[in-house]
Ligand binder design. Structure first.
Ligand code: NAP
Length: 487
């Protein structure tokens, strides 16, 4: 099943204090290939005791790690980045087999994840303080930045490499240590990353990976243990709210990258071919399972029919299948539950008056063995259909017509989420209007792809707190200390 140049990258044990370890109970859990349903690995199923051990190790290691020079931390991060690039092909294969995305997309995710490590290798050296003018001549006011301490990270299954890299890299750059818990569906990419971190030479205890299926118990320890000074979470808004409540007990710092419900607005003066290309990139990447996926397409009425036709034609190029097969550009969903959820949302939209504009025909063999859903174009979706309120997290494009710009903005903002939004127009005035008025942490103008390591990724409203990537992200991993020196 795996055909790796370096088989050592495939780990089934957790990584604590520099050691690879089984669960104290010896329990394991199965990791499945969502394209086939086949079990591809049995991974250590840890609980509270091992999580606590990892936290103690991280807290101890952090003291020494914080005393290293920024240059030394930068060099280790750089070595880790280079190892990811060197092993990109193997890492991509592991990612595709556990997560399902097509191999070219998996390669791109490894490069994307690695780019955060490269970026923070550079940022490690640029964590600056301030010297502030005092009110008297016998004082000096200094502002220094210190690492927050040992941090915990909890990550989802949709980007098993990148979501972890963009937490671990700024944490290590700032002088923090980390205990990370990847999603139970996709622990193998995280463990491979930890193996390469070990190869790069990070001291024992600085990076720890806790694998397990009892996420509530592991999460309770990560949020409840006072040695953890900060939590960084990426996942659903529901779990994020639960973690806020848990972190309140000891006022733990918390960064949250939560769910989205991105509007994708096409105005009547847009370059329609560019808008269709942007729609395909935004909607169908990772089979529609990204937090910044276009979830609701608002198309101005005079171009609505033409846009729908062009999108249907573009969808004919979607080749659905096992991500390991060449030519495939859309893989399975993560689980049978995910397929059922998408089907229920489509059924609700159809019951409320939508019609199917186009649907990719799937090979029946795919249906019977993996968790596939056919890419679907829904036309004339009612503005109150359930899929306009919830993340679809599947390859379904829901088109809704509108008449005026104000109406589009009102519908786009009619959600508790505020992660990403997209707008296609050639008008400078409308670009300004939509950029200003869309309630989102990120707005793509005439593009469907917005994520990169130099930009601040994150949301407003119920999509989260804080930013990942860019120089802003480091701020989440440092405390500001003000020194008032009297002479
Ligand atoms: P999820 O169910 O919230 O799970 C995310 C992580 O939290 C997993 O590691 C999960 O572990 C863990 N978890 C679940 N319940 C927990 C609890 N009670 N305490 C502690 N940890 C717990 O989300 P998902 O379905 O994996 O991921 C999809 C969601 O992530 C979507 O809403 C998507 O929009 C969001 N997301 C957001 C961003 C962003 O940057 N804003 C990026 C990617 C994804 P187990 O899986 O092992 O239970």
């Amino acid at each position: 099943m795996f055909n790796l140049d370096n088989p050592s990258l495939l780990r089934s044990q957790a990584f604590i204090n520099g050691d690879w370890c089984a669960a104290e109970t010896q329990k394991t859990f199965a990791v499945e290939n969502p394209a086939t349903g086949a079990v591809i690995a049995l991974v250590a199923d840890l609980g509270i005791a091992e999580t606590s051990r990892a936290i103690t190790a991280a807290a101890k290691a952090q003291i020494g790690w914080a005393q290293t020079t920024a240059k030394a931390r930068s060099q280790l991060l750089r070595s880790w980045f280079e190892l990811l690039i060197q092993h990109q092909e193997d890492l991509a294969q592991i990612l595709t087999l556990e997560q399902g995305k097509p191999l070219p997309e998996a390669r791109a995710e490894i490069a994307y994840g690695a780019s955060y490590i490269e970026w923070f290798a550079e940022e490690a050296k640029r964590i600056y303080g301030d010297v502030i003018s005092p009110s008297t001549t016998d004082q000096r006011i200094l502002v220094i930045k210190q690492p927050v301490g040992a941090v915990a990270a909890i990550t989802p299954w949709n980007f098993p490499c990148a979501m972890l890299a963009r937490k671990i890299a700024p944490a290590l750059a700032a002088g923090c240590s980390i205990v990370a818990k990847p999603a139970a569906e996709t622990p193998l990419s995280a463990l491979a990353l930890a193996f390469l971190a070990q190869q790069a030479g990070f001291p024992a205890g600085v990076v720890n990976i806790v694998t397990g299926t009892d996420s509530a118990a592991i999460g309770a320890e990560l949020t409840g243990n006072p040695l953890v000074r900060k939590l960084s979470f990426t996942g659903s808004t529901a779990v994020g709210k639960q973690l806020i409540r848990q972190c309140a007990a000891d006022v733990k710092r918390i960064t949250l990258e939560l769910g989205g419900n991105a509007p994708f607005i096409v105005l009547d003066d847009a370059d329609l071919d560019a808008a269709v290309a942007g729609a395909v990139a935004s909607k169908f990447r990772n089979a529609g399972q990204t937090c910044v996926c276009a979830n609701r397409f608002y198309i101005q009425r005079s171009i609505y029919t033409e846009f729908g036709k062009k999108l249907a034609v573009a969808m004919e190029a979607l080749s659905v299948g096992d991500g390991m097969d060449s030519g495939v550009n859309l893989g399975p969903l993560i689980s049978s539950a995910a397929v059922k959820k998408v089907q229920a949302l489509v059924d609700d939209a159809l019951a409320k008056g939508a019609r199917i504009g186009y649907q990719v025909k799937l090979d029946q063999k795919l249906f019977s063995q993996g968790y596939f859903y056919p890419p679907t174009l829904l036309l004339d979706v009612a503005p109150d259909a359930e899929l306009t309120r919830q993340e679809i997290f599947g390859p379904v494009a829901a088109l809704i017509p509108f008449d005026t710009d104000d109406e589009a903005i009102a519908m786009a903002n009619n959600t508790e989420y505020g992660l990403a939004g997209y707008c296609f127009t050639r008008s400078a005035t409308r670009i300004k209007q939509f950029s200003d008025k869309l309630e989102a942490g990120m707005v793509g103008v005439n593009t469907g792809i917005i994520s990169n390591e130099m930009a601040p990724f994150g949301g407003i409203k119920q999509s989260g707190w804080g930013r990942e990537g860019s120089h802003y992200s480091i701020e989440d991993y440092v405390n500001i200390k003000y020194l008032c020196e009297n002479f």
